[in-house]
Design a protein around this ligand. Structure first.
Ligand SMILES: [Zn+2]
Ligand SMILES: [Zn+2]
Length: 328
C-alpha cells in the first residue's frame, strides 16, 4: 500500500529531486487526468493520480504515482488572466523513494498499489479524505460541500447500474428533484448537462434522482431512481454560524467550527455504505420531451431575439414571454 501522508511529509521535508523541465503529456480530458509523460527518453505511465491541487495563478499541480516513481507535474498557464492562453506541462520534481532517513516507519514501497486509493486535501489541518474525481468536481463547483458529495455518490450509482459515462451521456437523461450543489456534481460526472438538454432539475427540495435512456415516443420506460435516505447532509446544527458567516460577522474560530462540520458531513457521506445513503429502485417514467431551440425571431415589442418555440403570438407578431406578460 502507498501511504499518501508519507509522501506528503517527504515533500514537506523536501526529500525531492527538482526537475523543472517542460515535458510532453498524454492527457485524458474526460477524466481530467494525465495518463503518462515522456522525460529524458523514457515513457512514464501514470498508475494512480494521488492528488490534484490548484496553486496560485490557477496552475494545476498533479502528484502522480507512475511506473517510475512519484512525480509532481504542473499544468502552467503562460497568462494567468486568460483561460484561452497557451498551457504547458512542467515536470517539477520527483519524490525520493529511498527511505534511509527513517521516520515514516513503514517505508514507502511504491509498487503494488492497485486497489482503491484515497486522497487527502491539502487544506491546513483538515483530515478530509476524498477520491480524486470528487476533487475535480470540487474545482469545477468552487468548493467541497455535503450536497456535492451526495451528487457525486448518486452519479457513481448511475455509472455502475447503467454504464452512464461522459462518453455515453448523449444516450441518457438525468432528472433531479432539487437545485443544489448536487446537480453540479451530477452534471460533471455523468456528462448529462442542462446545456446539452439531457439534465432536468425541479426544485422539490429532495435528493431524488432519476437516470434513464433517452427514448423516442411517450411510452413510459424503466429508469433508475436514487433517493437520499441519510440525514448526513443536514448542517442545521451550524445554521446560526452559517448565517453569521454570510453576514460577515463570524470570527475565525466560528469559521473553523463550520468548516469542520462541513468536512465531517462530506466524509460521512463518502464513507456511508450505499444502502444506508440511498434507496435505489427502478420505476416507470416517460422520457422528457426535448425541444430543439435553433429557430429564433425578433420580439415585435422589445426587438430582442427570442427562440420561436418559446415566443407567444401577439396581434402584431411574435412576442417574447416578458413582453407578452406586460401586454396583458
Ligand atoms: Zn456547494
Ligand atoms: Zn420582448
Amino acid at each position: 500500500m502507498i501511504d499518501l501522508r508519507d509522501i506528503l511529509s517527504k515533500i514537506q521535508q523536501e526529500a525531492i529531486s527538482i526537475i523543472q523541465e517542460e515535458v510532453p503529456v498524454q492527457f485524458d480530458n474526460s477524466q481530467q487526468t494525465p495518463l503518462g509523460f515522456r522525460w529524458r527518453g523514457n515513457h512514464y505511465e501514470v498508475l494512480k493520480p494521488l492528488l490534484v491541487s490548484k496553486g496560485a495563478g490557477g496552475h494545476l499541480h498533479y502528484l502522480l504515482l507512475t511506473s517510475g516513481g512519484v512525480f509532481c507535474l504542473s499544468l502552467v498557464r503562460d497568462n494567468e488572466d486568460s483561460p484561452f492562453c497557451r498551457s504547458r506541462w512542467v515536470l517539477r520534481y520527483r519524490v525520493k523513494i529511498d527511505d534511509s532517513a527513517g521516520g515514516s516507519g513503514k517505508g514507502a514501497s511504491l509498487p503494488d498499489c492497485a486497489g482503491q486509493v484515497t486522497f487527502s486535501l491539502p487544506r491546513g489541518a483538515s483530515k478530509l479524505v476524498v477520491p480524486l474525481p470528487l476533487l475535480n468536481v470540487a474545482y469545477y463547483h468552487g468548493h467541497l460541500c455535503p450536497e456535492l458529495a451526495v451528487g457525486y455518490r448518486a452519479a457513481l450509482v448511475a455509472q455502475r447500474e447503467l454504464s452512464l459515462t461522459r462518453e455515453s451521456a448523449h444516450k441518457f437523461f438525468v432528472l433531479a428533484e432539487n437545485m443544489t450543489s448536487a446537480i453540479d456534481a451530477l452534471q460533471y460526472v455523468t456528462g448529462c448537462t442542462i446545456g446539452n438538454q439531457n439534465f432536468f432539475a425541479y426544485d422539490l427540495g429532495k435528493h431524488v434522482y432519476y437516470f434513464g435512456r433517452l427514448a423516442a415516443g411517450f411510452e413510459p420506460q424503466e429508469v433508475l431512481r436514487v433517493a437520499l435516505i441519510s440525514t448526513a447532509v443536514d448542517l442545521g446544527h451550524v445554521g446560526e454560524i452559517e448565517e453569521r458567516i454570510v453576514a460577515g460577522e463570524a470570527g475565525g474560530a466560528e469559521v473553523e467550527k463550520y468548516q469542520r462540520a462541513v468536512d465531517r458531513a462530506v466524509q460521512e457521506i463518502l464513507d456511508l455504505p450505499e444502502e444506508k445513503l440511498f434507496s435505489i429502485s427502478r420505476v416507470l417514467l416517460r422520457s422528457p420531451w426535448v425541444v430543439s431551440r435553433r429557430r429564433y425571431a425578433r420580439c415585435c415589442s422589445c426587438g430582442e431575439v427570442v427562440a420561436v418555440e418559446k415566443s407567444v403570438l401577439g396581434e402584431d407578431g411574435l412576442l417574447c414571454q416578458v413582453c407578452a406578460a406586460k401586454a396583458i
